[in-house]
Every structure is written in structure tokens, then in C-alpha cells.
Design a protein around this ligand. Structure first.
Ligand SMILES: [Mn+2]
Length: 321
């Protein structure tokens, strides 16, 4: 993978970086951002690691996660350079009205917004963690054990731990290199997948109990009331939409999560060639081919109908081309 030379030059020249990633951060967002902060810190650069939302409990085994803050000092404005990771617009990170000395975007999502002085977008890449891996190497910075754990976790989350169609020989080679640098696959998989709280599991049971299958679309729902009853939060639903995809006949799995009365976050997961990023874009959302999302203001039934209609339209169109 070719790292743009302008990014290397800028990272070597500048001293102060605001590293920022998207709201509701996932493992790739947190792991790649923390890894880059640790790497730049190891060569004497100052970094501020920002996310609007807190790091979910189950990612708090990642070394350095406590660097994340949800407040940006006013000193940052105009004097610091921004590195935006795993998303490509400040809106996705939940901020606006900030100015930066320079802005760099490093991302692999299909849905692009027009932002950044230097944009490194690679939609073919499995994870932002992979791009950060090459970036750190290109900078000549040593991949320490802590950096390796973060990058391995980032890549794990976005490849379903080396199972999804984005798992290439290159991904496995980088994974092997990260293991050599000190990442322990068993420890990381165990931390990522086998440390759920009882409440989170209860929430999953409740969500799966709402399952309905319409044609080849599986729909599950999580309401605000379920969060209250199980003492959980929105971050606990990460990966929930993967479960109904286990059913052989299902091509799209959609999880409707209630944000507020009449406002829903819809997470889409698909199999094979069904590009759910294209469907999410119809609702001003976005993502990847097999994992995307959007928000919709409607009552639940209308929101479901709107999705089914969009999927029908998409399937009709893709049959024509
Ligand atoms: Mn990602």
C-alpha cells in the first residue's frame, strides 16, 4: 500500500495533532486512532485524541484508550493539524466550526464527503487500522506491543476477525506482523468477544426476540425501554445486526435502534454482492458494501416500510445493470 508522501512530510514537519474519529466509535476507530497517537507520541509529537462519545467499556483493554477526551481546548483552533480517522467529514465526528492549520483524512468508507487538505481514501482497504499500520512504518516508527494490540484489534473488528470478504493475504500478513510485534490473538479475541456484561447479553436476547423476516431481510429492534431494563447503552448493540445474518436465507440484516421517540438508527449488514452502503445513502447515511447505517425520523412501522421499499428499488436496479 502506498502512503501519500504529502502525509509523511506533514507528519514529520508539524508538532501538534488533533486525532479525531467518528461518533459511536467502533474498534477500528478507537484502535487506529490510539495507535497513531501512541506512535506520534513516541517520537515527541504532541497529540490530542478526541471522540465525542466515550470509549465503550469492552474496548477499555486497549492500551492507551484513556488518552481519549471529549473536550477540545480552544488552543487547538488554528494552530494544530487535524488527522481525521475512519471517517471523512468533521460532521461524522460530531464537530463543526473548528479551524485547523492542516487537515488530513485517512479513511476507507465508501461514502465520501468533500473535506480535508490531504485526503487518503482507500475503499478497497479492510480497515483504517491497516492504513495506519503502513503510515507508522513509513514514518520509521517502531511498532511497539501497545501499538500492535491496537492495530490488531482495529483490523479484527473490521474483518470479523479475519472472516469477511475483505480478508486478503495482505491483511493476514499484516496480522502476522502485528503478532510478531507483541499482539496476542487469543487475548485480543477473548477481550473483544467474550467479556460481555450480563446486561448486554440480556439486551441481545430481547433484540433477537423481535426478529421478523420479510423476504430475505431480517429485522430486529432495540427500544429505549430495553436499554433501561437491561441497564445498557447504545454502544452495547455493536455487532447485534450480525446475528440474524447467520440465517442462510437472509441477505440483509437490519437493526433498528431507538435514539429518541420517532428517531431510529438503522444498522445494515449484508451478504455477498448486496451493497448496503448504496441503500444507506438513500437515507443520507453511508458505510461499506456489507456494513452501513443511517438515521430515520418516523414511527417504527413506516421506517421498516421505507427500508423494504429502498431494498426493493435497489434490487430492481441492480438486476437491470
Ligand atoms: Mn473502519
Amino acid at each position: 500500500m502506498k502512503v501519500p508522501v504529502e502525509i509523511i512530510t506533514l507528519l514529520k514537519k508539524e508538532e501538534k495533532f488533533l486525532i479525531m474519529t467518528h461518533i459511536n466509535p467502533d474498534g477500528d476507530a478507537i484502535g487506529s486512532s490510539t495507535a497513531l497517537s501512541l506512535a506520534l507520541g513516541s517520537v515527541g509529537k504532541e497529540t490530542l485524541l478526541y471522540d465525542r462519545d466515550p470509549v465503550p467499556q469492552f474496548y477499555r483493554f486497549l492500551p492507551g484508550y484513556e488518552r481519549f477526551t471529549n473536550s477540545i481546548s480552544s488552543l487547538v483552533t488554528g494552530h494544530w493539524s487535524l488527522i481525521l480517522l475512519d471517517c471523512n467529514s468533521p460532521e461524522r465526528a460530531g464537530i463543526d466550526n473548528l479551524t485547523f492549520k492542516h487537515s488530513i483524512v485517512i479513511d476507507h468508507h465508501e461514502t465520501e464527503r468533500d473535506f480535508g487538505d490531504i485526503r487518503w481514501m482507500d475503499t478497497e482497504t479492510a480497515a483504517t487500522g491497516l492504513m495506519v499500520f503502513y503510515l507508522i512504518k513509513e514514518l520509521g516508527i517502531k511498532i511497539t506491543r501497545d501499538i500492535a494490540i491496537n492495530l490488531y484489534s482495529a483490523i479484527s473488528i473490521d474483518t470479523g476477525t479475519f472472516r469477511y470478504s475483505n480478508t486478503t493475504p495482505e491483511v493476514l500478513r499484516v496480522g502476522a506482523e502485528l503478532i510478531e510485534a507483541g499482539a496476542n490473538p487469543y487475548y485480543i479475541s477473548n477481550s473483544l468477544y467474550e467479556t460481555w456484561s450480563g446486561g448486554r447479553f440480556d439486551l441481545l436476547i430481547r433484540a433477537l426476540n423481535t426478529l421478523e423476516i420479510r423476504d430475505d431481510i431480517a429485522i430486529t429492534t432495540v427500544t429505549k425501554e430495553m436499554f433501561i431494563k437491561t441497564r445498557t447503552g447504545p454502544e452495547d448493540t455493536e455487532n447485534f445486526s450480525n446475528f440474524p445474518r447467520m440465517i442462510q436465507s437472509v441477505r440483509i440484516s437490519a437493526l433498528f435502534r431507538e435514539i429518541d421517540t420517532g428517531l431510529w438508527k438503522v444498522s445494515l449488514r449484508s451478504k455477498g454482492d448486496v451493497n448496503v452502503a448504496r441503500i444507506a445513502e438513500l437515507f443520507d447515511g453511508g458505510g461499506h458494501k456489507n456494513a452501513a447505517g443511517y438515521k430515520i425520523k418516523a414511527d417504527l412501522e413506516s421506517a421498516k416500510e421505507a427500508l423494504l421499499k429502498a431494498v426493493n428499488g435497489y434490487c430492481h436496479k441492480s438486476q437491470q445493470t
